[in-house]
Design a protein around this ligand. Structure first.
Ligand code: NAP
Length: 530
């Protein structure tokens, strides 16, 4: 029997395999794709790139690795991130512990018996079963694409694509009329590039989003050298940063400065800082009045950038900036000034169906040759629930989470001993630099496994009371932020029938990491060790 099975070989799974192996555990990972990369393996749509700067969106566990890797752009493109994670897998000789083209379909907890300790039986889609004492779900938080159930979807005569399952050979849109459904980050990144290539693009927008410029550029070798020289210091500062990035929090309220000063700050942040725009003042995510100043600034920018007033109005969000995930773009708004781009508002009049010729809204059929679904993901819990996970007494995770997910620190859930999640619901995950969050989670799990091994214990399981307390704390901090009141994929609102509740932990990385450390200092408080 193995010590550990890891599900997934994205950033989390790759680091988990490396870390657990170095600690002497026998480990085997399963990955549905034919290579490492996870999200960055599947998302190959035009314009796909990270919205966190590459020098931060990278591993820090090995100094030689971070010294030798050369990022070419401020925001790395998908191919570059994929090359990086492939390099990591090769450099640390991890591939021989990863079984590719294999999807985990089920995992069942087995109580300790006279013959065997507590363990998990894991079933894969090739019909094989595997046994391991522990199971680590590194299955990703934005890895289960959501394809809306639009009537007639399968009747479409042309090709259709989901941004999260993009063909590896790419798509040639030259000369084609293309529909793009969805205007979240994936739509906002891909629309300008598809519009450059296609004969015509019709964008179907239900909810407009805020997008701030990426201000992407090649990284100057001197700048990179300087970062590398200070990497240790930068990484240490990141761990103190709310979003696990090394930026000092803005000390001031947006309401404490003059209009002219506020405008100057917003202009500077708009031009330079991408996603961090929402942190230009300390209270943008906590006070509606403060937030309105930033939201109005971006709304003004949309009016400046888009020539047609009616189109600009449609592109202007009416909810507070940052409430839903903000987008980072390159040339998104000016794309609507092109003659070959049409915006269709499907909030007022929804898509009625897909027909062989294209997309039907009311009586109008928008005839297209290809449809791009930029319609997002069953986020955070989707990949966990896609596996038939069964804990004590055959309880399924689906049953356990019928009213909404519950996971102590986002790491483990009561009733499912010896099962850990990386970036589970209740951890900061998507609200912070994901790679730093992943390393913190994997390190915590690894320390925990060593603790269990060194003491000859059989199992570790979250306790119900602490799990509930953590969920209550999670709700409380979400309500203190403007984010708590918006329907979004953070709350599961994008998936019909998904139970509500704010899933990621809003309290910031340092506070979260401190909670995790305190649990350990107090003898794994909140866990049963047997
Ligand atoms: P998303 O933000 O969930 O956007 C999905 C879009 O599809 C929304 O505009 C949504 O409209 C629309 N949609 C969904 N179902 C629909 C339906 N039945 N009919 C019409 N429209 C529908 O998904 P995403 O753009 O893939 O991004 C997800 C997350 O992935 C991002 O927020 C970000 O965290 C991450 N991401 C990051 C990057 C990056 O690093 N730069 C790039 C891509 C993605 P509604 O809003 O009205 O539901």
């Amino acid at each position: 029997m193995l010590d550990l099975i890891v599900v997934g070989a994205g950033f989390a799974g790759v680091y988990a395999v490396h870390k657990f192996r170095r600690l002497g555990f026998s480990v085997h990972a399963f990955e549905a794709g034919d290579d490492v990369g996870g999200t960055w393996y599947w998302n190959r749509y035009p314009g796909c790139r990270c919205d966190i700067e590459s020098i931060y969106y990278s591993y820090q566990f090995d100094d030689d690795l971070q010294q030798e890797w050369e990022w070419s752009e401020r925001y790395a493109s998908q191919p570059e991130i994929l090359s990086y994670i492939r390099h990591v897998a090769d450099r640390f000789d991890l591939r021989r512990h990863i079984q590719f083209n294999t999807r985990v379909t089920a995992a069942r907890f087995q109580e300790a018996s006279a013959d065997a300790p507590s363990h998990w039986t894991v079933t894969t889609d090739d019909g094989q079963t595997h046994r391991a004492r522990f199971c680590v779900m590194a299955s990703g938080v934005l890895s289960t694409p959501s394809l809306p159930d639009i009537p007639g979807r399968d009747s479409f005569a042309g090709e259709s694509y989901h941004t999260g399952q993009w063909p590896h050979q790419g798509v040639d849109f030259r000369g084609l009329k293309v529909a793009v459904i969805g205007t979240g980050s994936s739509g906002i990144q891909s629309i300008p590039l598809i519009a450059e290539q296609a004969a015509h693009v019709t964008v179907f927008q239900r909810t407009p989003n805020y997008a701030v410029p990426a201000s992407n550029r090649p990284l100057d070798p001197h700048e990179l050298r300087e970062v590398k020289f200070r990497y240790r210091e930068i990484r240490a500062a990141s761990k103190k940063g709310f979003t696990a990035l090394p930026f000092k929090p803005a000390g001031r309220s947006a309401l404490a400065v003059s209009d002219a000063e506020r405008e100057e700050v917003y202009e500077r942040w708009w031009r330079n800082y991408g996603l961090a725009f929402q942190g230009a003042f300390a209270d943008l995510l906590f006070s509606e009045d403060a937030n309105r100043t930033a939201s109005d600034f971006v709304r003004g920018k949309i009016r400046e950038l888009v020539d047609d007033e009616e189109v600009a109005d449609l592109l202007t969000p009416d909810f507070p900036l940052g409430c839903r995930r903000m987008c980072v773009d390159t040339d998104y708004y000016p794309t609507y000034n092109r003659d070959n781009v049409t915006l269709v508002d499907i909030r007022r009049e929804p898509i009625d169906g897909i027909v062989p010729e294209g997309v039907r809204v009311g009586e109008t059929v928008h005839a297209v040759d290809a449809i791009v679904f930029a319609t997002g993901y069953d986020a955070i819990t989707g990949a966990l629930l896609a596996v038939d996970l069964r804990g004590r007494d055959g309880l399924s995770l689906e049953e356990k989470w019928a009213e909404g997910p519950r996971a102590y620190l986002g790491l483990a859930t009561q009733g499912f001993p010896n099962l850990f999640m990386v970036n589970g619901p209740g951890s900061p995950s998507v609200l912070i630099n994901m790679v730093t969050g992943i390393e913190q989670h994997v390190d915590w799990i690894a320390d925990c496994l060593v603790h269990v091994r060194d003491r000859g214990l059989d199992a570790i399981e979250a306790k119900a009371r602490e799990e509930e307390d953590w969920a209550a704390h999670n709700d409380e901090v979400a309500q203190q932020s403007i984010r708590g009141n918006c329907a979004s994929w953070y709350t599961g609102a994008n998936i019909p029938g998904k139970p509500g509740g704010f899933m990621p932990y809003v309290g910031g990385f340092p506070t979260y990491a401190e909670h995790c450390e305190r649990v350990v200092e107090n003898g794994y408080r909140g866990f049963d060790l047997t």
